[in-house]
Design a protein around this ligand. Structure first.
Ligand SMILES: [Ca+2]
Ligand SMILES: [Ca+2]
Length: 423
């Protein structure tokens, strides 16, 4: 891990002339946040008979074998519009790039989206890269297509993280017509890990994880507006806003602050041995992550849910219930530099974050206790609430097919979307 620290510092210095020194480290961390993952569906840790008693509490897989599914939008027909960040191949050639946007429609109404003719590609060959070597993080984190929104008029918006190269960053909000044809690309200064419509759908809120900011993007060509810049967290690390959700009752924006790397000193050392409290970088401090509530008019923010670990997304339903996604419970087994994640004889390592330790929790609007709806998920990254209250969660962040330790021994990364109903 000391090596990673040194490399992070070296890279940060290398980039000093272009951007703030913290940027590279931040980027690395947010990429993690952006990613999605695969999960093995399993029952939630509790069943609740007092709520929704007419429906059975269910956690089921509705899509599998995806390449880093991230944002999910739902159109007026109930189809899922899914952004996949891709394989992380970092291809120069357009044709070799693997990010994509696909509409999945349950034509035969059997409850899944994986029958013949149910997938319609909207866009492919989108840029896809892995930060493990690009940003020298040692973590298997794929970036590219990030979050998706479907407007009530059918238009699709999605954010695309093209990464930071020698000539600067390449970050775009892309608008597609209902039929999938490209309408326009709106360039931004930073990645847009999470996006959400303002209640009137005339603008889009976006989290810029590399800048620790929340912004509002005009859909009428006006300049973007900064709503808030987030302070550092408990252990002195950057906030790194990841996903967001708009509260349909109030218009407030709830933002998941994933948290960035921290220096091993003071409070940051409470989960490491004394000998490791030597100023090195710690990729993740458990319980430092949180959800904040932001008033989009004033930019004022307040803590909504604290004590989380790697909170990567948040959503609010029409009754004010809040749902959170935590990507992993800790960091684990970073890769050495130059690792080939596609190699067939690569060891089964966690490779950045503890696999199968993500979870989805509900915080009832009546102030009742937290309810864990799904645990042991493999690096989940996004949550979307369907019109019927179904929760769609993207899982399986990382290089598809890479061997990893699973709950029952060696397994491989598979991108999936699970649905949680009857909670
Ligand atoms: Ca089907
Ligand atoms: Ca989301």
């Amino acid at each position: 891990m000391g090596g990673i620290v040194a490399q992070n510092i070296a890279l940060a210095r290398h980039n000093e002339d272009q951007r703030p020194r913290t940027l590279v480290i931040l980027v690395a961390t947010c990429l993690v946040a952006i990613s999605c993952s695969s999960a093995t569906p399993q029952p939630g840790s509790e069943t609740d008979s007092s709520v929704g008693s007419e429906r059975e509490f269910k956690v089921e897989e509705v899509l599998s074998d995806l390449w880093n599914p991230r944002g999910v939008g739902i159109d007026k027909d109930g189809a899922l519009v899914v952004a996949e960040a891709g394989l992380g191949e970092d291809a120069e050639e357009h044709i070799l790039r693997t990010g994509r946007v696909t509409r999945f429609f349950d034509r035969n109404s059997d409850g899944d989206f994986s029958d013949d003719g149910e997938a319609e590609r909207r866009l492919d060959h989108l840029i896809s890269f892995n930060s493990v070597n690009k940003y020298e993080t040692g973590r298997d984190e794929v970036s590219g297509a990030s979050d998706v929104l479907v407007h009530t008029d059918g238009r699709i918006f999605f954010s695309l993280d093209g990464g930071i190269g020698d000539t600067g960053g390449n970050f775009t909000l892309i608008e597609l017509a209902e039929n999938g044809s490209l309408v326009r690309e709106i360039q931004q200064d930073s990645n847009m890990t999470g996006i959400g419509f303002a209640p009137d759908q005339l603008s889009i809120y976006a989290t810029q994880s590399t800048f620790n900011q929340l912004i509002e993007i005009s859909l009428f060509g006006h300049p973007s507006r900064e709503i808030a810049t987030f302070d550092r967290l408990t252990s002195g690390q950057q906030a790194v806003p990841a996903g967001l959700g708009v509260d349909p009752r109030t218009g407030d924006i709830l933002v998941a602050l994933f948290s960035g790397v921290a220096r091993a000193e003071g409070l940051a050392c409470r989960f490491v041995s004394a000998v490791m409290c030597d100023g090195r970088y710690l990729p993740l401090i458990p319980t430092d992550s949180k959800i904040v509530r932001v008033d989009p008019r004033t930019g004022e923010s307040s803590d909504e849910i604290t004590g989380l670990t790697a909170a990567v997304d948040v959503a609010v339903d029409s009754r004010g219930n809040v749902f959170t996604v935590e990507m992993a419970a800790d960091h684990a087994q970073l890769f050495h530099q130059g690792v080939d994640l596609f190699s067939s004889d690569i060891q089964a390592l966690h490779g950045g974050y503890l696999r199968y330790s993500g979870r989805v929790a509900m915080y009832p609007s009546d102030g009742g206790p937290e309810r864990v709806l799904a645990a042991g998920l493999d690096e989940p990254t996004n949550i979307t609430i369907g019109p019927d209250g179904a929760l769609y969660v993207s899982t399986g962040q990382g290089t598809p097919g890479r061997p990893i330790p699973g709950p029952n021994g060696r397994t491989a990364i598979v991108g999936k979307i699970i649905r949680i109903t009857g909670y």
